[in-house]
Design a protein around this ligand. Structure first.
Ligand SMILES: Cc1ncc(COP(=O)(O)O)c(C=O)c1O
Length: 386
């Protein structure tokens, strides 16, 4: 076998790689494992989405290649939803593109812009496809730490001038995974201005825009004047509608960027399963009713988990959005060691902060993906071990 590429071998390992094995072993031994690792909720998608896929999956035309154009009705529905939710209009066929989940899109977009030696500014900690999509091109991953003191907002003034001159992309993600941080409208406007000044494309990942609490409504970067000239935004059905496994999302923005990503994707995939796109139409139709109810479930869990982890002795901030608590490890133990110890001794899967980048060291992440009482029990078990 030939040698693996340098780019491949230098990819950091997935932080939860050995968790399924340890978890399976514990379950075999009769341990009642509580999994708070991945942001993969235990709730069902809207029944309308399930009904829609059941209906069309028996039709021959839905078994065909979707190609990048996909189901016109899905594009039109996305366009209507963007107008309804954020007050901005997008041409369904020129300024939107369905994706096999946001992850696929954010990882492939650098293919349109980066040559070896170019750079992308990415948050650290941050969602790892931003890193991977850039790194695998031999481009420079310009990591900027997200610090608690600055509300976990990426501070672009930290980028060294020399690196900035080769940078073409800036990734932002608010509401933020893993920190749970949210950004103000002013912050977004400053980010747009910075990108204008330095000829950067702002890539905003808004996967958690509908998982927000206490009446907070996260904005879209595209709702600000002139944003379309400098920014694109990714959206996902995964979190809003509990459809993580269905692999469906989209990107909205300038027609040239959409055309470029469409061209790249022709070489990598053949589109989102048409039956999933039909389900996407049905899901988006339920938004005004389903999304607030779904967010209310996670809000109740957030409250229970914050209380329980505080009671267990942790310093926990209450996030205004996302499915996560981002908690400092009091012992100063490396996050991987801490997570492994908690799994083995308490039967609780926690996500080690370093799994989201070196800037996540010293933290662990709790996903609100189990009922409130299980979250409380998890916190109690962790407290016992410590
Ligand atoms: C910031 C962020 N973007 C995107 C995604 C995934 O979206 P999708 O399931 O549409 O690929 C996640 C999932 O955890 C995420 O945390």
């Amino acid at each position: 076998m030939p040698k693996f590429s340098e780019r491949f071998t230098s990819l950091p390992p997935y932080a939860l790689a050995d968790v399924p094995k340890i978890k399976a072993k514990l379950i075999e031994q009769g341990v009642d494992v509580i999994d708070l690792g991945a942001g993969d909720a235990d709730q069902m998608p809207p029944p309308q989405a399930i009904g829609a896929i059941q209906k069309v999956v028996t039709e021959e035309r839905f078994s065909r290649y979707p190609f990048q154009r996909g189901l016109p009705e899905f594009r039109i529905k996305i366009s209507e939803w963007m107008k309804l939710r954020f007050g901005v209009e997008f041409d369904p066929f020129e300024e939107l593109l369905p994706l096999i989940g946001t992850k696929e899109g954010v990882a492939h977009l650098p293919l349109c812009f980066l040559d070896p030696g170019d750079g992308a500014i990415v948050p650290n900690p941050g969602y790892y496809p931003y890193f991977g999509g850039t790194h695998m091109l031999g481009a420079d991953v310009i990591e900027v730490p997200l610090r608690r003191e600055t509300g976990f907002l990426l501070d672009w003034s930290q980028v060294p001038k020399k690196k900035l001159s080769r940078a073409k992309l800036l990734y932002l993600n608010y509401p933020n995974n893993p920190t749970g941080a949210v950004a103000s409208e002013g912050y977004f406007q400053e980010a747009l201005e910075f990108c204008r000044q330095h000829d950067l494309l702002l890539i905003h990942d808004n996967a958690y825009s509908e998982i927000a609490y206490d009446g907070y409504r996260p904005p879209s970067i595209l709702q600000f004047e002139g944003a379309r000239e400098v920014a694109v935004e990714f959206q996902s059905l995964s979190k809003t509608y509990n459809m993580t496994g269905w692999r469906i999302g989209w990107v909205a923005g300038h027609k040239d960027v959409i055309a470029a990503l469409t061209k790249v994707k022709v070489y990598y995939d053949t589109g989102v399963f048409l039956a999933c796109q039909a389900a996407g139409v049905a899901a988006l139709d339920t938004w005004s009713e389903f999304a607030p109810k779904n967010a209310a479930i996670f809000q109740e869990r957030r409250d229970a988990a914050v209380d329980a982890f505080r009671e267990a002795g942790f310093e926990v901030e209450k996030p205004r959005a996302t499915l996560y608590l981002w908690i400092p490890i009091p012992s100063g133990e490396p996050s991987i060691d801490f997570a492994r110890r908690i799994l083995r001794e308490a039967g609780v899967v926690l996500f080690p902060g370093v799994g989201m980048g070196t800037g996540g060291e010293g933290y662990f992440r709790v996903a609100l993906t189990v009922p409130a009482e299980r979250l409380s029990e998890a916190a109690q078990r962790v407290a016992k071990v410590l």
